[in-house]
Write a protein that binds this ligand. Structure first.
Ligand code: A3P
Length: 342
């Protein structure tokens, strides 16, 4: 593990007004650079955003931090480092949970001597602790200083659209997927919490239609999952494929496996002292929900929106038998021959 003193995280240093202006301007330049491409893409009504745009088989947001524009800028200029570790997910698949676990595992020697109440995950949203990679492309000062290894980043970008340097550098990737029915339900609720009033409330029927047509940010769900699953078969030592359901069923063993993969496996002493269980508990739903009851991650996005039920199978409270059968049929066809079960 790297020298913990070299780690500098976004929550520790507030960007100055000048940095903020620089980043705003740089993002605007990126959005402007690709604006003509937008008119060439098929478009559909979006969930939170007004529209989604189809590019290379996937639906993308536009004009923001998480957009096809920033993805293209990353593809052109982002430099991955072989020691980087990326968390890849579809939205609503347990990204926040995995960010907390990965951050807690990799940085545990840094925080072990602190009073437990000062651990960053007991103060900040996991999204503040482990950043998405997209904003890195227009930052004045990268979130993680170069000296810190490994750098941890998250992304929703589909495997086939990742910047080449991430794939070619040989760095590690953790992929977390979740039962599409629970992703649909989670995205439905998230959308209605965040969407502009002028767009009205989304009905579940509408959400189901869009989702089963593959229309969700970074979707279709099944193609996103398949991309990483197949890449994992090709590069088993570089890509760890996890499911939300398994993680929930056997958190302790999965967290141990995750730690090994991240290069920071638990020692016998740590295990005997209950370090695995401590991390599982700290990153558990109840704990994180309590910490994130108040405050905003960014303007218009309250911290609590990332913590709803945190359960496996809440879909059964939302989907009719007919809806469930339709999704079962789609998933059966799409995942044919793959060993993926939820
Ligand atoms: P639900 O809406 O089904 O409750 P993401 O982080 O990718 O946006 O996913 C959000 C989903 O993960 C939400 O699902 C949220 O409640 C759940 N979640 C957040 N933190 C969790 C945790 N620590 N353990 C389990 N689930 C968690």
């Amino acid at each position: 593990m790297s020298n913990p003193n070299t780690l500098r995280l976004s929550f520790e240093t507030q960007p100055s007004e000048e940095d903020h202006e620089y980043e705003k301007a740089h993002l605007a330049t990126i959005l402007d650079r690709y604006k003509d491409r937008l008119t060439t893409f098929p478009k559909e009504k979006g969930w939170v955003s007004e529209h989604l745009y189809m590019y290379q088989g996937f639906w993308h947001l536009s004009k923001g931090v998480f957009s096809f524009e920033t993805m293209m800028a990353l593809q052109e200029a982002f430099e991955a480092h072989p020691t980087d570790i990326y968390l890849a997910t579809l939205p609503k698949s347990g990204t926040t949970w995995m960010k907390a676990l990965m951050f807690a595992l990799v940085n545990r020697t840094r925080h072990e001597n602190h009073r437990p109440s000062t651990h960053p995950l007991l103060i900040f949203n996991p999204h503040k602790c482990l950043p998405f990679v997209e904003p890195e492309i227009y930052r004045k000062t990268p979130t993680y200083v170069d000296a810190h290894r490994p750098r941890l980043f998250a992304t929703h970008i589909p495997y086939t659209l990742l910047p080449r340097s991430i794939i070619d550098s040989g760095c590690r990737l953790v992929y977390m997927c979740r039962n599409p029915k629970d992703v649909l339900v989670s995205l439905f609720h998230f959308t209605n919490k965040l969407r502009d009033e002028s767009r009205g409330v989304m009905t579940f029927e509408e959400a189901f239609q869009m989702f089963s047509n593959g229309v969700m940010p970074y979707g279709p769900h099944w193609d996103h999952v398949k991309g990483y699953y197949n890449a994992g078969l090709e590069h088993p030592t570089r890509i760890l494929f996890l499911t939300y359901e398994n993680m929930e069923k056997d958190s302790v063993n999965n967290v141990k496996r995750l730690a090994e993969f991240l290069g920071c496996g638990f020692t016998e002493k740590e295990e005997a002292e209950g370090a695995v269980e401590e991390i599982v508990k700290m990153c558990g739903f109840e704990n994180l929900r309590e910490v994130n009851k108040h405050g905003d991650l960014r303007e218009g996005v309250p911290n609590h929106t990332f913590f709803r039920e945190g359960k496996v199978g809440d879909w059964s409270n939302h989907l009719t038998t007919e809806m469930s059968n339709i999704l079962d049929q789609i998933v059966k066809e799409k995942f044919q021959g793959l060993d993926i079960s939820f």
